[in-house]
Design a protein around this ligand. Structure first.
Ligand SMILES: *Cc1c(COP(=O)(O)O)cnc(C)c1O
Length: 404
């Protein structure tokens, strides 16, 4: 770190999100530049040889290092409180690269049942193909993690709060179980971001991000990252360097701009989500309630409320609820909204609404859906940054459509 950046050693999250990782060039630019270059020139044949052999630090080729991507990595590492970060082409690439770095044939992974659908496909279909064993557990039942341990268990994987029911998992408790068996705990921190939850400080070993979601925050680019200690990240970078799921400098720059407003946005997402969740919750006590249940950890009625209040600084932007009825009523509700976007994405300034049972969780069997609590009357809303009064008017349009 240069002397200029030393004041950041004690800085708080919002400051780090704006300033960490920036290295100004001789041009004195204020905003971070985008280095759109695939390779780098060397001053001499001797320097080229030293760079290639690793004797000398410095850029060689943008598949493994690029100044804009490095700034994003260093800033995210600072926000998560990790020694290092490795940026990847997508969130899935971050999970895959972490698995390729830390697992070998014959190893065993214990994974929360409530993870992003594609994550479980990655484990079962692709890691499974290379001889990695996988067990899924009900993540809020802490004992299940312990009972699933085998002599070859190497990795625990979870996401908290879960999608779409906002189950909150005790990161510290699961980390203790993982460490007692010398396994690593990996936490996908996509829903909270470091603005609301810092898993490494709670005992996790590696944090995963889909930067596509809240780190960008405006639905523009696909990207991801892993954050952890220097040794693990060296191993992950080795995979990225060789296998090539690299983040583009342009995307890194967009994510850097996203990070500058991360704290502000996460606070606003949480505030809006709390307003909508409370409004939906109140509808339950009307004369003929059209809302059956609301899932948002910010509500004191939610089973994960106390734990979320302890391990998060706020409750985030995603909530879900059950309408009275089944698929027909849920679809009518969704089709009647006019402001919210009907899309499965989340982490955007624009509010999104989706029917999990037939979209994000449509691949699950009926039994799996039942186990996961994904019923036909469930609707998920990822609350954006619009005025909450307009979003409530949209929910009112949805409710009106159910009675028709
Ligand atoms: C979207 C998402 C991913 C995958 O990220 P991509 O950037 O789409 O590859 C992983 N985990 C969670 C929780 C997600 O929401």
């Amino acid at each position: 770190m240069t002397e200029e950046l030393d004041p950041l050693a004690e800085a708080h999250l919002a400051t780090l999100a704006v300033r960490a990782g920036q290295v100004r060039s001789a041009e004195g630019e204020h905003s971070e530049p985008i280095f759109t270059t695939s390779s780098y020139v060397f001053a001499s044949a001797e320097e080229a040889a030293a760079r290639f052999s690793g004797e000398q630090d410095g850029n060689v080729y943008s598949r493994y290092t690029n100044p804009t991507v490095r700034t994003f990595q260093d800033r995210l590492a600072a926000l998560e409180g990790g020694e290092a970060a490795v940026a990847t082409a997508s969130g899935m690439a971050a999970i895959l690269s972490t698995c390729l770095a830390l697992l070998k044939s014959g190893d065993h992974v214990i994974c929360s049942r409530s993870v992003f659908g594609t994550t479980s496909v990655l484990f079962t279909k692709f890691m499974g193909k290379f001889g990695v064993e996988i067990s899924f557990v009900n993540p809020t039942q802490i004992d299940q993690w312990r009972k699933a341990i085998q002599p070859n268990t190497q990795l625990f994987f979870m996401e908290t709060p879960s999608n779409p029911l906002c189950d909150v998992i005790d990161i510290g408790a699961v980390a203790d179980i993982a460490h007692a068996t010398k396994a690593r705990l990996v936490v996908d921190n996509c829903f909270c971001t470091p603005a609301l939850q810092r898993p490494l400080s709670l005992g996790a070993d590696i944090v995963i991000h889909s930067a596509t979601k809240y780190l960008d925050g405006q639905g523009r680019c696909v990207g991801g990252a892993a954050v952890g200690n220097a040794e693990d990240m060296d191993a992950v970078l080795g995979v990225v360097r060789t296998c090539g799921p690299t983040m583009s400098p342009f995307n890194a720059w967009v994510f850097l701009k996203g990070l500058e407003t991360l704290q502000l946005r996460m606070d606003a997402h949480s505030r809006n989500a709390m307003t909508l969740a409370s409004w939906l919750y109140e509808q339950r006590s009307s004369q003929q309630p059209l809302i059956e249940q609301v899932f948002y950890a910010g509500l004191p009625s939610h089973p994960g409320h106390a734990l979320a209040a302890q391990q998060q600084t706020d409750f985030g932007g995603v909530l879900s609820f059950k309408v009275v009825g089944g698929r027909e009523q849920a679809w009518r509700f969704i089709n009647a909204t006019q402001i919210m976007s009907l899309t499965a994405n989340l982490g955007d300034a624009k509010t999104t609404i989706v029917h999990p049972a037939t979209t994000t969780h449509g691949r699950l069997s009926d039994q799996e859906k039942m186990d996961a609590g994904i019923t036909e009357n469930l609707i998920r809303v990822a609350v954006g940054l619009e005025d909450s009064r307009d979003l409530i008017a949209d929910l009112q349009r949805g409710l009106a459509a159910i009675v028709k």
